[in-house]
Design a protein around this ligand. Sequence first.
Ligand code: CA
Ligand code: CA
Ligand code: CA
Length: 357
Amino acid sequence: MDLDGDGHLDLISGSWPGEIFFFKGGPGRTFAAPVKLKYKTGKTINIGGGKRDGGYMILIAGDAKFEKDAKGKSIVLKFEKDAKGKSIVRYDGEDIVIPEGKQAGITGTASAVGTASAVHAVDWDGDGKIDLLIGDINGSVYLVPNEGTAKAFAFGKERTLEAGGKPIRVPGGDAGPFAADWDGDGKIDLLVGAGDGSVWFYRNIGTAKEPKLAAGVQIVKPGQATYGADAPKEPRRGVRAKVCAVDFKGDGRLDLLVGDFATQRPDRPEPTAEEKAKIDKAKTELDEVMQQYRKAVNKRSSKNVGKDKAEQEKDQKEILAIRKRMQELRKLVPPDYEEHGWVWHFERKPLEKSVSK
Ligand SMILES: [Ca+2]
Ligand SMILES: [Ca+2]
Ligand SMILES: [Ca+2]
């Protein structure tokens, strides 16, 4: 995809918490450092993100930071109950002043939610300019129209894509849109990967220039991610499907590539009785050491005031020693499962009478 029409392929990526990153391509398939894409108004594209007022708390879903004072300290600590005075969070070139009595949170620092954007850059309305299709964590899909030129993109206000007369909401959220002429009728269609691992096809029943989508049809079933000892031994389709339709085999038919997030039990022999006893012993000690660690960290953070430097260093040393022991023990306890991201190839069959299976 050449978003800026300079003859070099570019890269684009969604993100957690939500901004869209553009990697400008150069000669020889090199790419510049990413920049956040903006609307033509100058605001950063982060649909559903940015500032949210949650009553007692202001949440910033985005690449924000707490402003520091002259001494380099955050003006107010996040989530402190007795936070006095105003704090300031800087987001997208703007200082967001958190009023007295309210707390502030930034995605990634606590339970604040981001928008988990997934993006596909494609000319959705056939006007020769590449638009953005953006999926979010709620399972919605948005069109961000390119209102600039083929060589100078300028993105207008997004609108929610509908299918069958209703806003798209894929099961399990985490929409990952991809547009291609899936049924080969000359009009672009929409495919969306879903949080539950399924993939949905939305047929364009409008025109190439004014797409209108029929209700979704599931073309790939949901996957599964099992966290724990019952994770599968063999690779198994996971969740959070991200799709790409491409003629992977070069036979003239569009195939489907589906990325996911999955778990797998490491391939190793069952432990002997002796090995199992060792593992169990290490697990028990690990539980104890983890408790010690929590205590030591609490002690350091709650009683730092009034301590002299030597005491603080002693605390720090203690924590480091516990952490080292934790690492040693973790090596003795084999993990129940590993996290994977597979890519699955769904080969398109010659007969295209039915798209669902
Ligand atoms: Ca380019
Ligand atoms: Ca367009
Ligand atoms: Ca089509």
